[in-house]
Ligand binder design. Structure first.
Ligand SMILES: Cc1ncc(COP(=O)(O)O)c(C=O)c1O
Length: 437
């Protein structure tokens, strides 16, 4: 590249970029919609053709503080001017220590906490299993049907959703077992799940061989199903009884998104280890494991980490994100967003009861709408879901789908979204549904 050529080139159409992307980037790394971003600000983005969109995706629950929040941008610029990388495992820096101290304070429960930093969510998940195995000296891990924990090999093994995450990628890591996740809408009760877990302990894995149980307080990719409080409390009790490490995967549900700083606070439990990523640094790659100090310290020095683990840019961004969350009262705001969107979606469900099977808006700004045929939970409408995502995009709204059956629309607006823009986005959603039927 010549020194005069700009690094930012966005002069072509979305279709042109999509053609170049398809030719240059392998199909395994797909994209939800062919919208090539020119710039983004708070809850809106603009594409290379100058079209404006309301963003209900926030880069999959990452930009909780909105795109390019001025406080975060200023902190990152200041950090990049000083230095961008030295490796926290070689010559560390204050931002990592200060951030760890803050995360240790924020993690629910009274036990003393410690933190490690990594780069991605999947890495955080993998590290919880390493830490749990080192602490317990045991091998087995239990995860849940429909759970999503990442795309690296062990995280994929823990993931309880085949398509598109596991197809063609076996053999899967050993000593990973799955149990049903309670979903009342699909007739799986808390009792059903706990009975299956007991059976798993009899059939596949003795509790004394189980190192960890990992659970999302709200299943994300699996379909935005909140774990009932009594389920998380029962898991806590089972783990206490058998000396198993309880891991709360808060990568999607954390950092204020659900109306609590960590979603597991709703159940009043103290997980042994918590994963956090996505919203932690407002768009800069950073992830962490926070947990009980006695468990976190089980691995030997050097056993955890990575070259970019706890990047100074990510840590500084995260410190700024925490300031913004506090200054703008975003944890509370997440709850308000859930209420505002929940009301609108409930009205929409009344209009289309055969199509909108269930609205889930009780966990702040992690909001979902499950689309079915004939009002029947057992008849998922993945085809309508796909059409709706595409139509909303044409109408200027970025939506994401999820769900084991691909029939859930999830809304993940920035917690900083102004009320009128949230309403405008919901208007577009309403129009788009009507157009798809
Ligand atoms: C609950 C949960 N765990 C783990 C991950 C993996 O995170 P990453 O994509 O940063 O590896 C995700 C990502 O969507 C997630 O939602």
């Amino acid at each position: 590249m010549s020194s005069t050529q700009p690094y930012h080139q966005a002069t072509q159409s979305n279709a042109d970029w999509q053609a170049r992307k398809t030719a240059a980037i392998a199909r395994g790394q797909g994209n939800a919609v062919s919208v090539y971003v020119e710039r983004a600000s708070n809850a809106e983005l603009w594409d290379v053709e100058g079209r404006r969109y309301i963003d209900f995706a926030t880069g999959i629950a990452v930009c909780n503080t909105g795109h390019s929040h001025p406080t975060v941008v200023a902190a990152v610029k200041e950090q990049v001017d000083r230095f961008s990388h030295t490796c926290v495992m070689v010559t560390p820096y204050d931002s990592a220590v200060r951030l760890a101290e803050k995360l240790n304070d924020l993690a629910p429960g009274d036990s003393p906490k410690k933190t490690i930093f990594v780069t991605t969510g999947a890495e955080a998940v993998e590290n919880t299993i390493k830490i749990a195995r080192a602490h317990t000296g045991r091998r087995g891990v239990i995860a849940f049907n429909g759970g999503f924990h990442g795309r690296t090999l062990l995280a994929m093994g823990l993931t309880g959703k085949i398509t598109p995450y596991k197809n063609l990628f076996g053999p899967f890591p050993g000593e990973v077992y799955h149990a049903p996740f309670p979903i009342p809408f699909h007739d799986v009760s808390v009792e059903d799940s706990l009975r299956a877990l007991k059976s798993l302990f009899k059939v596949d894995l003795a509790p004394e061989d189980c190192a960890a149980i990992i659970v999302e307080p709200v299943q994300g990719e699996g379909g935005f199903y909140p774990a009932p409080d009594e389920f998380l409390q029962a898991l806590r009790a089972i783990c206490d009884e058998h000396g198993i490490v309880l891991v709360a995967d808060e990568i999607q549900s954390g950092f204020g998104r659900t109306g609590r700083f960590f979603c597991s606070e709703y159940a009043g439990i103290e997980a042994d280890l918590i994963t956090t990523a996505k919203g932690i640094a407002g768009g800069y790659p950073l992830a962490a494991v926070v947990g009980k100090a006695e468990i976190m310290d089980a691995p030997l020095p050097g056993g955890l980490g990575g070259t970019y683990a706890g990047s100074p840019v990510g840590c500084t961004a995260a410190l700024a994100v925490l300031d913004v969350i506090k200054q703008e009262n975003l944890v509370y705001r997440a709850g308000m967003i859930g209420q505002q969107a929940g009301k609108r979606l409930a009205g929409l469900q009344k209009k289309h009861p055969n199509v909108i099977g269930e609205i889930r808006a009780e966990r702040g700004a992690m909001i979902a709408m499950e689309l079915v045929k004939d009002g029947d939970a057992q008849q998922p409408d993945a085809e309508l879901t796909k059409r709706l995502v595409a139509r909303a995009c044409e109408n200027g709204l970025i939506l994401l789908s999820c769900g084991v059956n691909g029939n859930v629309i999830r809304l993940l607006p920035a917690l900083t979204i102004p009320e009128d823009i949230l309403d405008e986005g919901l208007d577009i959603l309403e129009t788009s549904i009507a157009e798809c039927l």
